[in-house]
Write a protein that binds this ligand. Structure first.
Ligand SMILES: [Mg+2]
Length: 283
């Protein structure tokens, strides 16, 4: 796309992106891949802040805490503080406190996820203990067969126990390919127990709604930017906000053409979103 063009990949007029105040970014595949920053990211973020906008990084990845993410993005020179993140772990904490207050939670997740739950005051255990009232599964990069056996035993011995998981993603993109994410781990548990969780991260609109509420922004002022139709874009659709699909990550043009659920706008990468916003301002 040439500078001055306000059209997206399919020729849609994307001028209204110039009116947005709250930008909810996916991370993996959208602003970086692995440890490589996607060109245009820093310039777009700087442009948002210098025009009194706000950006929040919304991620389904529960294997890392906000502190882990801060370290990662600071390593790529992305300006961000703790308040600029919202993760599926935070969504899980919100859900557990609201729908299962006081219950003991068995967590199959990373040490980082368990620590976040405990810090939030949730009674969290990692072994089979008495009084477990909820099972939570996260994207566990420290998964062991022992943990899987624990999870299956609890689900098998407690029919109907609330079973939730942080995110439905099948894979997590890494440089050179992809690795199994929470959705794939839950398929394994389903195969062994017949139990399948309710997922809390994207495409559920919860994270988007909570952030809009926190910053007092309307759906019209908000947009979601991501690289996956079945999580990022679907969450935007369910929350009633505009969505931008970037082709720098998982989703291809063919995926968008074949999908019944479409993003509002499609761009090659975040670089073109910035070009479009500047063009909409007449720059
Ligand atoms: Mg992504």
């Amino acid at each position: 796309m040439n500078k001055g063009n306000r059209l997206d990949y399919f020729g849609e007029d994307a001028s209204r992106l110039g009116q947005k105040k709250l930008f909810l970014f996916d991370m993996d595949g959208t602003i970086y891949i692995g440890n490589t920053l996607i060109d245009g990211t820093l310039a777009l973020l700087e442009d948002i802040r210098s025009h009194d906008g706000r950006y929040i990084f919304i991620t389904n990845n529960s294997s890392r805490s906000v502190a882990d993410y801060l370290k990662k993005v600071h390593g790529m020179a992305i300006p961000a503080g703790e308040e600029d993140f919202f993760t599926s772990s935070q969504a899980a904490i919100y859900y557990l406190k609201r729908d299962h207050p006081g219950k003991r939670v068995y967590c199959q997740g990373t040490r980082s996820l368990v620590a976040e739950l405990k810090k939030a005051g949730i009674d969290t255990v990692e072994e089979i203990e008495s009084g477990i009232g909820v099972v939570l599964v996260g994207f566990d990069t420290e998964l062991t067969y022992h943990k899987l056996c624990n999870t299956c035993e609890i689900l098998n011995k407690n029919p109907g126990i609330p079973f939730v998981a942080t995110n439905p993603d099948w894979v997590c993109p890494v440089e050179g390919g992809s690795i199994p994410d929470c959705g794939s781990m839950c398929q394994l548990i389903k195969g062994a127990t017949g139990c399948y969780p309710r997922f809390l991260g994207k495409p559920e609109p919860t994270m988007i709604r909570l952030v809009m509420e926190k910053y007092g922004c309307s759906p019209e002022e908000t947009m979601v930017i991501g690289d996956r139709i079945y999580t990022d874009i679907e969450a935007g659709l369910r929350a009633g906000v505009d969505s931008v699909c970037v082709l720098s990550g998982e989703c291809t043009l063919a995926d968008i053409e074949q999908s019944e659920r479409k993003p509002t706008f499609t761009f090659d990468s975040v670089r073109e979103i910035l070009d479009c916003i500047r063009a909409a301002r007449g720059e």
